[in-house]
Design a protein around this ligand. Structure first.
Ligand code: PHE
Length: 336
């Protein structure tokens, strides 16, 4: 083949090459071990010795040109590739984004926070206790012996004979008193469990326990603290009354009512026509409970109370079905 023919056919093929693969193919075809240029160089041995230098120079010249053109073309194709990729991968920062929905506090947590704030402002500490509790703390230390009829007040989930899901936050009273000596003033918010489910009961709900112990605590302290709390929570004009009741771990015991905030005491469906709504249990700590934790009953007195957080939340926001709290329907939850 003449140099010109080689050069022409190479130029044609180079023009038609559109990819790195094409370039690689041309490299093999012209410059490879059995490539056209390589073969031509080998073929020089059949030439007369005096013809070799001119041919050799011309062939080498052509070889360099081909190498040069191929690497330029390769570079060019790589650039095109990069530009193409840049266009494909670029993003339009002016396009509207996908909004991430933002959550909100659950109404129970909102109300819990509020309750905690009110009591903390009155100097109460926060105590915590286990939800899986010993029968001893949930019942016996609170003066509710095994087989005592008062156990029927609470439908208990038993794990074993001696271990229960706590039915009330009152066991925290006992744990806290075992841990430290008087004076004591704390609340304990948390989950409790009872085997019960209808429009006003769920198997899990929240309570806030309260306990205050010192040398000269009287029932009027209890009344004072509870009244301040209820007026902070429901508003200054709410009426509060204490009604005699029974709990094994308090004596005397009381049920605390507020004047119905729906009908303003006139009588309606929510207050069952009584004009009053029950909001918590309370009383003076029973001497048996003090004895169980080794407090001297001739020196120390105390009061305790316990309230249901779901019930307070339902009254605050006029919610009529407790189950709404736990259905996780966003249309309900995002209203708070
Ligand atoms: N633990 C009682 C209940 O769950 C409430 C209560 C607490 C009553 C403290 C008196 C004192 O019903």
């Amino acid at each position: 083949m003449l140099y010109k023919e080689i050069a022409d056919s190479f130029n044609l093929e180079l023009d038609a090459s559109n990819s790195i693969e094409d370039i690689n193919r041309l490299k093999v075809k012209y410059l490879g071990k059995k490539g056209i240029i390589t073969e031509a160089l080998k073929g020089m041995s059949s030439l007369a010795p005096q013809e070799r230098p001119t041919h050799g120079q011309a062939l080498n010249q052509l070889k360099r040109e081909i190498e040069d053109l191929l690497s330029k073309r390769e570079e060019h194709l790589k650039q095109i590739d990069i530009t193409r990729r840049q266009i494909k991968e670029s993003l339009d920062i002016t396009l509207p984004g996908n909004r991430i929905p933002i959550g909100s506090l659950h109404p129970i947590n909102l109300v819990l926070d509020e309750i905690v704030d009110i009591f903390v402002s009155m100097g109460f500490d926060i105590e915590d206790g286990p939800e899986v509790e010993l029968d001893y703390y949930n019942f016996e230390a609170l003066n509710i012996p095994k087989d005592h009829p008062a156990r029927d007040m609470q439908d208990t989930f038993y794990i074993t004979e001696d271990i229960v899901l706590r039915t009330q936050t009152s066991p925290v009273q006992v744990r806290a008193m075992q841990k430290s000596s008087p004076p004591l003033r704390f609340i304990s918010p948390g989950k409790v469990y009872r085997c019960d489910s209808d429009i006003s009961h769920t198997p899990m709900f929240h309570q806030v326990e309260g306990l205050m112990v010192d040398t000269d605590i009287t029932f009027s302290y209890l009344k004072g603290v509870i009244e301040v709390f209820l007026k902070e929570f429901f508003g200054r004009n709410v009426s509060v009354r204490f009604r005699p009741s029974f709990f094994p771990f308090t004596e005397p015991s009381a049920e605390v009512d507020i004047g119905c905030i729906i009908c303003k005491g006139q009588g309606c469906r929510v207050c069952k026509e009584t004009g009053w709504l029950e909001v918590m249990g309370a009383g003076m700590v029973h001497p048996k409970v003090f004895e169980n934790v080794g407090y001297d009953t001739s020196i120390y007195k105390g009061f305790a109370f316990g309230m249901g957080v779901e019930r307070l939340t339902m009254l605050r926001y006029s919610i009529t079905d407790i189950r709404l709290f736990f259905e996780n329907d966003i249309r309900f939850l995002e209203q708070f």
